[in-house]
Design a protein around this ligand. Structure first.
Ligand code: ADP
Ligand code: MG
Length: 456
């Protein structure tokens, strides 16, 4: 077997053992360059890929290689393109794992969204705790900082709800700005905001103004791209914006709740653009990461909970870091009101009431049906125009739940509930989210409806 053939066979077996994004990102461009006294030399385009593969996949690759060619003793990992810089720095970032002694965060000063970049200073890389579920995404983000607009372009980060995508890509934007002394122009936009801008531009014949907004951007960050799929004109505009930036070596950073090939409505040409870059996923956090996040948040607030209580929370809230934070805040709040430490049983009750039970394929109609049943109203009330509170509130709750439980896009929520504008859905979602944290009565209603949905 010649060397090229040997390497291709090795890769096709390795591909079965690691996730596809990992494979595409790290191994796609590797080569077996030569072999000497049983030492196989494999080259990578940059030091980052080389180190990553060497640290993570050596064992797998070596065993596959040995199976195919029993004279293989070891693998030497080399970089073909010698001009990669700043390796040490990347290496340090890459090695950053959860440290037991977690740093205090900076104060809450100036925590507001920058109108120029749309970045929220609350999201920093320092406050992004790294564990096994997100270390690849974190390492990829660190690599982009050193090499903006070049090798890792676009960077596509995907993962489920509440796992840290927005946090990571926003932090990356802020970090790039810092690293380059504000000389680069960074812009963050949700794909829903982008969509509504395009719709506005078309309606008002002001598309040029919208284009202008993005033309001079050096780093474009677009969140939740899955919501763009399927809207022809928006996709078209995004495609042009993407190409214009990409061809000028501008960095594009994208998040999604799933990999490009699973966004059914995404145009082929966009999909293949995305797949040409670096795709990384964020998985469910493991127990260690959940505990580390809880402890950090407590330190930020200068508050304490017993290890036993932290353990209960970290064990029970498994799949969503936003929920983890929500549960923590609720427990702290109740504890503070009662002025005594809560028992394990009380904490468990709070968790059970707060977290979303794993959703069993709930449909939008089921959610709406549950709201209708709970309030004893009918379908026309929910989709109709009546503004009486007895139907307006259920309508807003339905909008909230469609977003909260199913992650539906605002335009589809509006469409579903009586062909309303997406801004109505955004308003309803924000209003209910805010109110349930203050209004216990409303909170009870929402929890009761969730219970109906989960029982079905
Ligand atoms: P997503 O965009 O994937 O739905 P977010 O980025 O909004 O998730 O994260 C949800 C919450 O969890 C945010 O408050 C975020 O700051 C927090 N979070 C997520 N991942 C981490 C992490 N690795 N370290 C610290 N906090 C995190
Ligand atoms: Mg998000």
């Amino acid at each position: 077997m010649n060397l090229e053939h040997l390497w291709q066979s090795t890769l096709s077996e390795v591909e079965l053992q690691i996730s596809r994004p990992n494979f595409l990102t790290w191994l796609k461009n590797s080569q077996l360059t030569h072999k000497e006294d049983g030492v196989v030399f494999v080259s990578f385009p940059n030091n980052f890929a080389k180190e990553w593969v060497e640290n993570k996949y050596n064992k797998i690759i070596l065993s596959v290689l040995r199976n195919l060619d029993s004279s293989t003793k070891k693998i030497e990992y080399i970089v073909e393109n010698k001009n990669s810089s700043n390796n040490q720095n990347i290496k340090n970032k890459q090695k950053k794992v959860i440290e037991p002694d977690i740093k205090f965060q900076q104060s809450f000063a100036e925590l507001r969204v920058d109108p120029e970049t749309n970045l929220n200073p609350r999201y920093t890389l320092d406050s992004f705790i790294v564990g096994s579920s997100n270390e690849l995404a974190h390492a990829a983000a660190s690599a982009v900082i050193k090499d903006v607009g070049k090798k890792y372009n676009p960077l596509f980060v995907y993962g489920g709800v509440g796992l840290g995508k927005t946090h990571l890509i926003q932090a990356l934007g802020s970090e790039i700005k810092k690293e380059y002394d504000d000389k680069v122009k960074v812009k963050y936009v949700s794909s829903e905001k982008f969509t509504s801008e395009v719709i506005w531009g078309i309606r008002n014949k002001r598309m040029e103004d919208i284009k202008e907004r993005y033309r001079f951007v050096d780093v474009l960050i677009i969140d939740d791209i899955q919501f763009i799929g399927g809207k022809e004109k928006t996709e078209e505009e995004f495609f042009h914006t993407f190409n214009a930036l990409y061809e000028n070596n501008k960095q594009i950073i994208i998040s999604s709740d799933r990999p490009p090939r699973f966004i059914p409505t995404l145009e082929e040409r966009l999909r293949s653009r995305f797949e040409g870059g670096m795709i990384v996923d964020i998985g469910y956090p493991d127990y260690e990461l959940r505990t580390a996040i809880l402890k950090t948040k407590l330190q930020d607030k200068n508050l304490n909970l017993s290890d036993n209580i932290i353990d209960i929370i970290a064990s029970k809230v498994q799949k969503n870091l936003r929920e983890l934070e929500g549960v923590l805040n609720k427990i702290l709040f109740i504890q503070n009101t009662k002025n005594t430490e809560l028992s394990a049983k009380e904490v468990e009750d709070i968790i059970n009431k707060t977290i979303q039970q794993p959703t069993k394929n709930v449909s939008d109609s089921q959610v709406i049906r549950a709201v209708i049943d709970y309030f004893h109203i009918n379908t026309n009330d929910i989709t109709g125009r009546c503004r009486k509170n007895s139907v307006a509130e259920p309508r807003q709750i339905a909008m909230y739940l469609l977003r909260d439980i199913l992650g539906m896009s605002y335009p589809s929520i509006g469409e579903k509930l009586g062909k309303r504008d997406h801004t109505t859905a955004i308003y309803a979602y924000n209003k209910i989210s805010e109110e349930i944290s203050k209004n216990q009565n409303l909170n009870q209603k929402v929890l009761a409806i969730k219970e109906i949905i989960n029982k079905e």
